[in-house]
Design a protein around this ligand. Structure first.
Ligand SMILES: Cc1cc2nc3c(=O)[nH]c(=O)nc-3n(C[C@H](O)[C@H](O)[C@H](O)COP(=O)(O)O)c2cc1C
Length: 191
C-alpha cells in the first residue's frame, strides 16, 4: 500500500471506528446527555474510565459541578437518537424532555442510565486534566449496569443479540455484523 503522508492532521477520522457512547450528567437539578466518541478504559484495578470533553460542552460544567457522569453504551437502533443528542446543547434545551430520552438515575450516581443502553458505567471523577482543547475526566467506575441478554455466556457482547453503534466521523456510523475469536499466541486456524 502506498500511503499518503502529512505532518499536519487534516481530518481527525483515521482512528475510527469508535463506539459512539452517550455520556450523561446531572447537577443543579439539570440532566444532560451528549454523544462521546473519545473514551476508553485505562485501569482495571481500580477500574478507571476516561472521557474527553471540550469545555465548550454544557456537559463539561455539569461534570465539574457534580464530580459524576455515566457512560452509556448504545445499540445501532439508537443511532438517530445519538445524532439528535449530538446535534444540540443542553445550554439551549432540556434534551431529556425535548428528545424524549428515557433513563433512570444511576445506582451510585445521579447521572442517568439510559433505558436503551446495553450497558453503562457509573463514574465518580478522580482526576481531570486539560490536553489541548479538551479536558479528560478520569472516572472511577462505582457501578456497572448491563442488559444480560446482550452478553454471551463467556462474557463478551453477543453481536447476534445487540450491535453497538460505531462512529466513523462526520455524520457516519457503522454497525458490527459479527464476532470472531483469535486465540492469543496461536496462529490462525486454516482449513
Ligand atoms: C458521534 C459523536 C461523538 C462525539 N464525541 C465527542 C467527544 O468525545 N467529546 C466532545 O467534547 N464532543 C464530542 N462530540 C460533540 C458533542 O456530542 C456535541 O457538541 C454535543 O451537542 C454537546 O452537548 P452538550 O453541550 O449538551 O454537552 C461528538 C459528536 C458526535 C456526533
Amino acid at each position: 500500500m502506498t500511503k499518503i503522508v502529512r505532518t499536519e492532521l487534516d481530518s481527525y477520522y483515521y482512528h475510527y471506528p469508535a463506539g459512539a457512547t452517550i455520556v450523561t450528567s446531572h447537577a443543579n437539578g439539570r440532566d444532560n446527555a451528549m454523544a462521546v466518541a473519545w473514551h476508553t478504559a485505562i485501569s482495571r484495578e481500580a477500574p478507571i474510565y476516561l472521557v474527553s470533553i471540550s469545555p465548550k460542552r454544557f456537559t463539561h460544567g455539569l461534570i465539574v459541578e457534580s464530580g459524576e457522569f455515566a457512560v452509556n453504551f448504545m445499540p445501532m437502533e439508537s443511532g438517530s437518537l445519538v445524532a439528535q443528542i449530538a446535534g444540540c446543547s443542553g445550554a439551549d434545551i432540556d434534551k431529556f424532555s425535548e428528545l424524549d430520552i428515557q433513563g433512570q438515575p444511576g445506582n451510585q450516581v445521579k447521572a442517568s442510565v439510559l433505558t436503551d443502553a446495553q450497558a453503562a458505567y457509573e463514574c465518580k471523577v478522580v482526576g481531570q486534566h486539560t490536553y489541548g482543547d479538551h479536558d479528560v475526566f478520569f472516572g472511577e467506575i462505582v457501578a456497572v449496569q448491563w442488559e444480560p441478554s446482550a452478553f454471551s455466556a463467556e462474557g463478551p457482547l453477543d453481536l447476534d443479540a445487540v450491535q453497538p453503534i460505531l462512529y466513523l466521523g462526520e455524520d457516519y456510523y457503522a454497525s458490527s455484523k459479527g464476532s470472531v475469536e483469535f486465540k492469543r499466541g496461536q496462529p490462525a486456524q486454516t482449513s
